[in-house]
Design a protein around this ligand. Structure first.
Ligand code: AMP
Ligand code: MG
Length: 318
């Protein structure tokens, strides 16, 4: 009997959130920003573990609801005010969030464009479940392209925001996860924690190490179950991947995925996934999206402009 029970317990205890007494890594898991967030802590005492788990879950839940692209919250209020074309003072969390997004957008030459929310919505990606069966009307896409919303349309002055273009609608889906992970790492450091990973569905920032060895990270294969590569991280490093497999629908044998080329209004072609390594998670997140759009011919120039040193791009030839 015992033989049957012991392996079963071991299997169950490999799951995150289940901490074996002999495991030096404390793991916690919660849901936010549309994905499961896994926290790993090395060398934390019990009080730090509890404080960190609770504080992080609370911070992520707040960021999730305030920065949501299509549900009520401070980002939605910001979008309403921007569309009205009046200067207004946004909440204190929104200003640095949008300032960072705008800076990264300009650095990417507009390939990471957080102001194309109307286009993302038109493609049916402002939904928890993707139900679109066909691409949108080409005329509707052209109409939005002609209105050309960009980060350069939004002025941020004296704590006030003003949009010159009523077509601007912020969607931070390509960047908020990274920005949130940076804030989460700062929170852990403020609690005295130096060895940790915050992993949001495979996108993560790792600080310190796993004791006397580096943290080991798997990078998911874009077309098969399991990992394509693994990498060892220590010090302070983020890894972010943008892939055509994350959110998509299929019509007439074609895959229409969620990473839209702001120049054409259609899902970016020729790239399957892009993985970026960089210290800051916000930059890595925005860059992975921008390099996906730039594609096999354009990625190197955009990486240089965004200060990215490590990239793995898988094109449609694999
Ligand atoms: P990611 O997985 O980080 O590449 O983010 C993809 C998400 O970002 C999409 O689901 C959209 O919400 C949004 N998005 C799509 N295309 C772009 C783009 N070119 N620039 C900025 N955000 C985008
Ligand atoms: Mg991204």
């Amino acid at each position: 009997m015992l033989r049957g029970i012991v392996p079963a317990l071991l299997v169950v205890c490999l799951l995150p959130g289940c901490n074996r007494p002999d495991d030096p890594v404390f793991r916690d898991r919660f849901y936010a920003l549309g994905t499961l967030i896994d926290l790993s802590l090395y060398g934390a005492n019990q009080q730090q573990q509890q404080e960190a788990g609770e504080a992080l879950a609370q911070a992520f839940n707040t960021m999730h609801s305030e920065w949501h692209a299509w549900e009520a919250g401070s980002l939605a209020q910001t979008n309403t005010q921007l569309a009205a074309g009046r200067p207004f003072r946004p909440g204190p969390d929104i200003l640095p969030l949008l300032q960072t997004a705008n800076r990264l957008s300009l650095q990417s030459g507009g390939l990471f464009n957080p102001t194309i929310g109307k286009l993302i919505d038109l493609w049916g990606f402002h939904a928890d479940e993707i139900t679109a069966l066909t691409p949108p009307d080409p005329a509707a896409i052209q109409e939005l392209l002609a209105r050309a919303p960009s980060a350069g349309d939004v002025a941020l002055e004296d704590g006030h925001l003003l949009s010159r273009n009523p077509a601007v609608q912020y969607d931070l889906g390509a960047f908020a996860k990274g920005y949130a992970i940076d804030r989460g790492i700062e929170l852990l450091q403020s609690l005295g924690l130096a060895h940790a990973i915050i992993n949001a569905g495979g996108d993560l920032r790792a600080i310190g190490s796993h004791g006397d060895r580096p943290w080991r990270i798997g990078i998911r294969h874009p077309r098969q179950a399991g990992v394509l590569a693994s990498v060892e991280l220590s010090g302070d490093e983020s890894i972010f991947t943008s892939g055509d497999y994350e959110r998509y629908f299929e019509a007439s044998g074609r895959r229409y995925h969620h990473i839209i080329d702001p120049r054409t209004g259609y899902p970016a072609g020729r790239t399957v996934s892009v993985t970026v390594m960089h210290r800051e998670a916000a930059t890595a997140d925005a860059a992975a999206t921008a390099l996906f759009v730039a594609g096999p011919d354009g990625w190197a120039e955009v990486a240089r402009r965004m200060g990215i040193g490590y990239v793995m791009l898988i094109d449609d030839d694999g």
